[in-house]
Design a protein around this ligand. Structure first.
Ligand SMILES: CC(C)(COP(=O)(O)OP(=O)(O)OC[C@H]1O[C@@H](n2cnc3c(N)ncnc32)[C@H](O)[C@@H]1OP(=O)(O)O)[C@@H](O)C(=O)NCCC(=O)NCCS
Length: 149
């Protein structure tokens, strides 16, 4: 779980994004949501930021340090995010720029499905807009109480 002490490293990794968040914004993200980190050799290599303030689990960021991309870290973080959502009985949503073909392929492979197009807000940074993707939780991911309990 990401903590305030991780903010400087998350700020470095934010440079992966055109709309990089500054430290104050990251502090706010950890106040209103949660962060997951993937640590290797004592260094945060990847992170995911999520919000739980809607009925869904909203994955607002997924990023992996450039030199270790393509080694399964993003997929591992993603799996953890939607497993946590499933345990809460929530669907997972995210937006991905239509031009970000690599990330889109990753999400589709993990069971996300496009449910619409977003053109305003952050999505307006890309002329073609962004896909809104949802991954439905599966009952098997949410342990049901046993009979009589
Ligand atoms: C997208 C991202 C989080 C994936 O993390 P990752 O650790 O590279 O992903 P994995 O190794 O688990 O899976 C690899 C898959 O990710 C996708 N991918 C996206 N960018 C990639 C990159 N630079 N290198 C390798 N794979 C990439 C591909 O679909 C690849 O699958 P493929 O084998 O079918 O080509 C990471 O590449 C990243 O941080 N990119 C920049 C920030 C970004 O675009 N974030 C998503 C915003 S919605």
């Amino acid at each position: 779980m990401a903590v305030v002490e991780d903010i400087p490293r998350l700020r470095e990794l934010e440079m992966l994004f055109d709309n990089a968040m500054n430290e104050d914004m990251l502090v706010r993200e950890l106040e209103v949501g949660q962060g997951l980190v993937y640590v290797e050799d004592g260094i945060i290599r990847g992170y995911a930021l999520v919000r739980l303030d809607t009925g869904l689990l909203d994955l607002t960021r997924l990023g992996v340090e450039g030199r270790v991309q393509g080694k399964g870290i993003g997929g591992a973080l993603l799996r953890r995010v939607y497993s946590d959502a499933g345990a809460l009985g929530r669907n997972t949503m995210l937006t991905v720029m239509r031009s970000n073909h690599g990330a889109l392929r990753l999400y589709l492979r993990h069971g996300f499905a496009p449910v619409g197009l977003v053109t305003g807000g952050a999505a307006s940074e890309s002329p073609s807009g962004a896909w809104l993707l949802v991954r439905a939780w599966e009952p098997a991911e949410c342990p049901m109480p046993s009979e009589g309990s």
